[in-house]
Design a protein around this ligand. Structure first.
Ligand SMILES: Cc1cc2nc3c(=O)[nH]c(=O)nc-3n(C[C@H](O)[C@H](O)[C@H](O)COP(=O)(O)OP(=O)(O)OC[C@H]3O[C@@H](n4cnc5c(N)ncnc54)[C@H](O)[C@@H]3O)c2cc1C
Ligand code: SF4
Length: 479
């Protein structure tokens, strides 16, 4: 096992993410040794460390005079490409952390003009047998209860206390190393409280089932000031680095439903995220890399605004989402999709810069999952291959799903003028400037009809306000 600078630095990863991975690796090496395995472990500051995984693999293969090298498929195309170029007798093994193997997804996708997550998800439900009746029909009479999962958070409801995991000696040593070596990366180390072993990840998971899963479905899309986690599981990082197993998680959620501990919309919603979205985005990634990463269907060129790295903006929704990202290396799905993502889409930010930001700042971010979510779902840069319509929205959506707007320097009810919510005019500006590409999309038909019903003067006003906001971004000003 090797801690290498190349992996920690190819984008400026959040210090908590680097700390999590190194600490989990050191704990796992200890656990393996206790079980009698021989582990060669190279620390980051070891003078013999070559600084890259291909470098370490070649060094150790030579040192141990290896006849065979066994590798698990990588999470990232970039790394797998580097390793496949090594002149070593490598045998590759499928990554057992997923329900759907890469070739199985490719077979499912073959011959389909358009892929849709919903159909893939049904296949995965049939394959796993999760939430199925004896006759293979879905429990509750429908495959998907998403329509029930869009409630705003009532004032009197708060998310449960989060499970916290204090740093032990190994983690403290890693935190000290990361603080020195990666001090120039954005994000705080101070609030690190994440599980670093299987046992701790299991405790985080049980805490979620007991205290948050029952309300997960209802408030899945809700956002609130000062509530970074609400009813979300916060397990993605532990799951992606192998501290939790996806099949076990799904079985636990299903059992909680049958025991009457959680409603169906929560259980189905959660299982859909795991065996639906998570596996679907991975499948698309491996099907289309490396060219997928270059797609830019809107031809965006605008650089990522500096406030994505500092959170210094008067837009309350953005400062909340970015602020908690810097503090916890975490934002939940709707914050990523409908706040920071929506803004980047409406403002026409260059997709690779947006992707690099998401890859750097989130604890759970690895190329196979971050890239399709950002480039495909958020930026629609694949021209609608992953999702059928861009997730664009005005400030009205954010107002409906959060209490951010009440506490914002901008007025969500206004679209033009200095104090008007930037999301409003940028939303219409986005639709106007991409009319040719988007007006034929049947899911946007009503929106374009609404635009066409507006007076010429109103359309002009929205366009001008949009131009003014984009000019501010181009001048490097924060909004
Ligand atoms: C722009 C953007 C970038 C994202 N980047 C990542 C990323 O780098 N890594 C990552 O793991 N997730 C990513 N997601 C998906 C999702 O936002 C996170 O998985 C989720 O917020 C993690 O928090 P949680 O564990 O509390 O999730 P919960 O809301 O409690 O959901 C449960 C689990 O479902 C899975 N899941 C849900 N949605 C998705 C999805 N769209 N794709 C893949 N898995 C999903 C995750 O494993 C998550 O832990 C991204 C979403 C967007 C919109
Ligand atoms: S008014 Fe606009 S910018 Fe402010 S919080 Fe609401 S949606 Fe965000």
């Amino acid at each position: 096992m090797a801690e290498v600078a190349a992996e920690a630095e190819y984008v400026p990863h959040h210090p908590q993410k680097i700390a999590l991975i190194f600490s989990a690796m050191r704990h796992f090496a200890e656990a393996l040794r206790e079980r009698g395995w021989r582990v060669h472990y190279v620390k980051l500051d070891d003078p013999a460390n070559s600084g890259s995984l291909p470098g370490e693999l070649q060094r150790w293969a030579a040192q141990l005079q290896a006849d065979e090298v066994h590798l698990t498929e990588c999470g990232e195309w970039r790394l797998e490409d580097q390793l496949r170029r090594c002149d070593l007798p490598i045998t590759w093994h499928a990554d057992s952390r997923f329900v759907c193997a890469r070739d199985e997804f490719a077979r499912w996708a073959e011959g389909r003009k358009q892929l849709r997550m919903e159909f893939f998800y049904r296949e995965m439900r049939r394959k796993t047998g999760l939430l199925l009746n004896g006759d293979a029909t879905p429990v509750g009479g429908a495959w998907n209860f998403d329509a029930e999962n869009r409630k705003a958070l009532p004032k009197q409801i708060k998310g449960p206390m989060t499970a916290r995991f204090p740093a032990d000696g190994i983690t403290r040593e890693v935190l000290a190393l990361v603080a020195v070596r990666f001090s120039h990366h954005y994000g705080s180390l101070e609030s690190f409280d994440y599980p670093v072993t299987h046992a701790e990840a299991e405790a985080l998971w049980q805490h979620f089932i007991d205290f948050a899963l029952p309300a997960f479905g209802d408030y899945q899309d809700a956002m609130a000031v000062g509530e970074p986690f609400l009813f979300h599981a916060r397990i993605s990082a532990a799951l992606n680095i192998g501290l939790l197993d996806v099949r076990r998680l799904c079985a636990d959620v299903e059992a909680a439903y049958w025991q009457g501990r959680v409603p169906l919309n929560a259980a189905e919603g959660f299982i859909r995220q795991l065996i639906g979205w998570r596996e679907y985005v991975r499948g698309i990634y491996w099907l289309h890399m490396p060219e997928y990463a270059e797609r830019n269907s809107f031809g965006n060129t605008r650089p990522l605004p500096e406030f994505y790295w500092t959170g210094k903006t008067r837009m309350k929704c953005m400062s909340q989402a970015i602020g908690q990202t810097l503090e916890h290396a975490y934002a939940h799905h709707i914050q990523r999709l409908m706040v920071t993502g929506n803004f980047a889409l409406l403002a026409g930010i260059q997709p690779t810069q947006v992707c690099d930001w998401y890859l750097a700042v989130y604890m759970d971010a690895f190329d196979w999952v971050e890239l399709p979510n950002t480039l495909g779902m958020v930026m629609h840069a694949d021209g609608g291959y992953l999702g059928s319509k861009p997730y664009c929205a005005s400030g009205q959506y954010i107002k409906r799903m959060s209490n951010y707007c009440g506490d914002c320097a901008y007025k969500v009810t206004e679209s033009v003028g200095e104090r008007a919510c930037p999301f409003n005019a940028l939303y219409w500006h986005f639709l106007m400037r991409h009319r040719e590409q988007l007006s034929g999309n049947h899911r946007l038909g009503m929106v374009y009809r609404g635009l066409d019903k507006m007076s010429e003067a109103k359309q002009q006003g929205l366009w001008q306000r949009g131009e003014q906001l984009l000019a501010k971004l181009d001048a490097g000003e924060a909004l």
